[in-house]
Design a protein around this ligand. Structure first.
Ligand code: GRF
Length: 195
């Protein structure tokens, strides 16, 4: 199973996938970012599908098609989002149906969206966490594969809480991706090619 990782951030979650010896075949980024450097240092192919438009008229479907083309070109079987900052359109979920994974820094369905950690602090919750799930067209939705709780401590900032959550994500995400791939290999693929 060849994994295509999608990232936009500092790349520490990507680094954890690589340290777990998961078979990442290509890293796709949507901007210049730390994750790009992590991939380059690991000697992996990196494709920057640069997102230049952050306006309402952004051609999301066209952008998604370009990401899918990069993944297909590298014969990817499973897509692992590792902090990807662009919400993708339907074509990625059609081409990799049920095989797009995501890690989210909150206990879904609570605190969906890009500001999940800020949301948890603003709500004053005492416990948040992380969720690994199968991504669907609906953002931060889809079947949950694993979750782990993380305490919110008094005096936490967005940075301190996010880092505590990411420490868990760096363990839980690679382990869950591994289990997912093992199950696919054991039970056979029901992928797009075979339908
Ligand atoms: C993680 O918390 C992930 O859940 C979120 O983005 C963060 C990525 O962290 N979607 P990093 O850039 O890999 O450190």
């Amino acid at each position: 199973m060849r994994i295509g990782a999608l990232a936009s951030g500092t790349g520490t979650i990507l680094e954890a996938l690589l340290e777990a010896d998961l078979a990442v075949a290509v890293v796709v980024v949507d901007r210049a970012c730390g994750a790009e450097k992590v991939a380059e240092r690991a000697g992996l192919p990196v494709v920057r599908v640069e997102r230049r438009d952050f306006s309402k008229s952004f051609d999301r479907d066209g952008y998604t098609d370009a990401v899918v083309a990069a993944l297909v070109e590298h014969a990817v079987d499973v897509v692992a989002m590792a902090g990807f900052g662009t919400v993708l359109g339907p074509s990625v979920h059609e081409r990799f149906a049920g095989k797009v994974l995501n890690t989210h820094p909150a206990l879904l369905p609570a605190f969906k969206g890009w500001h999940a950690v800020e949301g948890a602090i603003a709500a004053g919750v005492k416990v948040t966490g992380c969720t690994v799930h199968i991504a669907t067209l609906e953002v931060d939705d889809g079947p949950i594969l694993a979750q782990e709780a993380v305490p919110v401590l008094s005096g936490d900032t967005v940075e301190s809480l996010h880092e505590r959550i990411k420490q868990v994500e760096r363990r839980l995400y690679p382990a869950t991706v591994r289990e997912f791939i093992d199950a696919l290999e054991r039970d056979g693929t029901d992928g797009w090619e075979e339908r």
